[in-house]
Design a protein around this ligand. Structure first.
Ligand SMILES: Cc1ncc(COP(=O)(O)O)c(C=O)c1O
Length: 391
């Protein structure tokens, strides 16, 4: 059995990111400044959107999106239960109610039919999440949004650079939120980007990301800036720094190359596991190009006598880092207690959660590391195939 340890993730940070950060540190301008503006312009061009607004996190980008649409306490927002905490918690910041929806059968993304069932006169928006970087059925979601006059805010934390019907995610919906968290497809340590086609939303988000100060608040300590500032709303502290933007600029240039490598790794996994009846591969679609932020494998319990948690322990024992994306929100104490959700409420999401584990998929993985992951998964499957079912 191979012994090389494989971490779950390692960010691809090279000499260029390091030297760009040093440049910023030497420049004397550490917070929001020219590097943020350059990063925003490059990002807008890359995804094909009108406005890109750099912020401190994807969570902040989602919060600014809900602020831009004017979310109010009586409102409801439809979000998948199968997502990270951030997608729904932002709705509660406004005193509004996140309404959870199930996943599609056989997949992880939000089910549009379930979304439709949960629309009420109080519904204001839908936040679809492109789980693992596999784009949601945006045409169906937009049809629903148009018909019921709902805003569509994409949580694209996983989806740079993903493509839906030949268009990059980020230039399709009214508002899209990206994450540059440490494990994401490009990283600035912590950070995010809000993209929008709407000029008013862009002005509002730029103002609100820095204390609700009108105009280019970040310039007030620069030579061309002025000491005078006007607070026109109670804003947030959600700006990105030039240090982060400098890393982001380099990462963005490498985005296509890193995605190509993740796609190769995903293909190696699919080639290796496709023939195993004990495993279920991630969903694919002809209309999308995935960013492969995650590779989520699902076990078939009817064919294996090992459960997901023990499978993960076995992987760990043999030196392979894994993770679980995600524990559905309705199973979390806060959502269960506050909104009364119960186990059994979202059967497809629960089924996916109970059987899933995410394998390492990062651009700097070596061929030997990929081989190791494949061999370990195959070995555990072989040791635990249910007697009588193996071919
Ligand atoms: C689906 C999803 N949405 C939002 C976020 C929040 O991103 P950030 O940490 O940049 O706020 C994450 C982070 O893991 C995520 O997975």
């Amino acid at each position: 059995m191979p012994t090389t340890d494989v971490p779950y993730h390692r960010a691809s940070i090279g000499a260029e990111e390091i030297s760009e950060v040093v440049e910023v540190l030497k420049s004397g301008w550490l917070t929001t400044g020219p590097r943020v503006q350059e990063f925003e312009r490059a990002f807008a061009e890359y995804v094909g959107c009108k406005h890109a607004i750099a912020v401190s996190s994807c969570t902040a980008a989602l919060q600014l999106s809900l602020d831009a649409i004017g979310l109010e306490p009586q409102d409801e927002v439809l979000v998948p239960t199968y997502t990270f905490a951030a997608t729904a918690e932002v709705v509660t910041y406004f005193g509004a109610t996140p309404v959870l929806c199930d996943s599609v059968s056989g997949g992880f993304n939000i089910d549009t039919l379930d979304v439709e069932r949960r629309i009420t006169p109080r519904t204001r928006a839908i936040i679809p999440v492109h789980i693992a970087g596999h784009p949601c059925d945006l045409n169906a979601i937009h049809r629903l949004g148009d018909h019921h006059r709902l805003h569509v805010i994409e949580d694209a934390a996983h989806a740079l650079p993903a493509v839906y019907h030949a268009r990059r995610i980020g230039g399709i919906s009214e508002l899209t939120a990206f994450s540059f968290y440490a494990t994401k497809t490009i990283t600035t340590g912590e950070g995010g980007m809000l993209t929008t086609e709407n000029d008013d939303f862009a002005v509002r988000a730029r103002t609100m990301r820095l204390h609700g100060i009108k105009g280019d608040a970040w310039k007030r300590y620069s030579k061309s800036g002025s000491w005078y500032y006007e607070v026109i709303a109670a804003g947030y502290k959600a700006n990105m720094t030039d240090i982060q933007a400098a890393i982001g600029q380099v990462q963005l240039k490498k985005s296509d190359e890193m995605c190509k490598r993740r796609t190769q790794i995903a293909q190696r996994y699919m080639d290796a596991f496709g023939a195993l009846d004990e495993l279920e591969l991630p969903p694919l679609s002809r209309e999308t190009v995935d960013s492969w932020h995650l590779f989520i494998l699902r076990l078939k319990p009817e064919r294996l006598d090992i459960e997901r948690n023990d499978f993960i322990e076995e992987m760990k024992r043999r030196g392979i880092g894994t993770s679980v994306h995600f524990i559905p929100l309705h199973l979390q104490p806060f959502y269960a207690i506050r909104y009364g959700y119960r186990r059994g409420d979202f059967p497809y999401a629960e089924d996916a959660y109970s059987r899933c584990l995410s394998l390492p998929i990062f651009p700097d993985m070596t061929e030997a590391q990929i081989d190791t992951v494949i061999k370990v998964v195959q070995a555990i499957v072989m040791e635990h195939t249910r007697a009588g079912i193996a071919a």
